[in-house]
Design a protein around this ligand. Structure first.
Ligand code: SAM
Length: 260
């Protein structure tokens, strides 16, 4: 439940250094710690469970900020597929289930270790992806400052079919305002589902939000991220196996109107 979730009071107090150790700014690494010098990149990623995520002092700085978020990332297929496609971009999966989050953290750790052993046979170091346990319906603005993100993926969200459960859907007027807050103008929200009713719900709610416009079919089809989200998410693969239909809709974050 939520009381066990760890989240920073504000994005400034979030310590990303354990998740993206390869990107910690040199001055912020402990000066003469042998452990730090010896540690393989990614060796500390499992230390996810503690308040180490939230720094009591100044958090260590990274040379980059997280720019891409996968909301409800499940088993991490999209993160792993995006890592080599955007090798210089920090990508974060957010997942509410403890065991699933741990699975993704371990999976990334193994990929990083494999890359350490045979860098030439790997397409990417996987240092640019990480997974965090979070309830994105509640704490998104605690992690990301305004305009921080360039892409948000919402792939095969839980459909919550019954009308009385619709409030649990992760697309809603309020949550869309949070996505608009975190996303920079020109940034894209990607949605995909195999449930027609949910597709219509997501389209209706993003269309109705004044911070978003629908991306044209032409632009959507030209975006490599769309193809990756169709084929590389675990749910996307499952739908493929059952020859099911996938419904995609993308929305561009508009500039805020000037104050009147
Ligand atoms: N995106 C993945 C894919 O396409 O394979 C997983 C899709 S799965 C059907 C939906 C995921 O969202 C589950 O792993 C679930 O635990 C997660 N989830 C649901 N509500 C969430 C929330 N409020 N915050 C974070 N994750 C959530």
């Amino acid at each position: 439940s939520d009381h066990q979730l760890i989240y920073p009071p504000s994005p400034d107090q979030m310590d990303w250094s354990l998740m993206y150790p390869a990107y910690v700014v040199e001055d912020d690494k402990p000066a003469d710690s042998e452990d730090t010098a010896m540690a393989a990149p990614g060796a500390e990623t499992e230390a996810q469970s503690s308040d180490e995520l939230v720094s009591s002092t100044e958090p260590k700085r990274l040379s980059k900020e997280v720019e891409v978020a996968d909301i409800g990332c499940g088993f991490g297929g999209l993160l792993i597929a995006l890592a080599p496609v955007m090798p210089d971009t920090l990508i974060l999966g957010l997942e509410i289930r403890v065991s699933v989050t741990q699975y993704v953290v371990d999976r990334i750790k193994a990929l990083r270790a494999q890359n350490e052993l045979a860098p030439e046979s790997n397409p990417n170091s996987y240092n640019n992806i990480a997974c965090l346990r979070a309830n994105t319906m509640k704490f998104l603005p605690n992690f990301f400052r305004k305009f921080q993100l360039s892409r948000i993926f919402i792939c095969f969200p839980d459909p919550h079919f019954k009308a009385r459960k619709h409030k649990q859907r992760i697309v809603s007027p309020t949550l869309n305002s949070e996505y608009a807050y975190a996303l920079r103008p020109g940034g894209i929200v990607y949605t995909i589902t195999d449930v027609p009713d949910l597709h219509h719900w997501m389209v209706q709610h993003f269309d109705a939000h004044r911070s978003f416009e629908r991306v044209s079919d032409e632009d959507q089809n030209a975006d490599p991220c769309v193809a990756i989200m169709r084929t590389e998410t675990e749910e996307g693969k499952k739908v493929e196996r059952h020859s099911g239909q996938k419904y995609v809709a993308c929305f561009r974050r508009l500039e805020d109107p000037p104050f009147e």
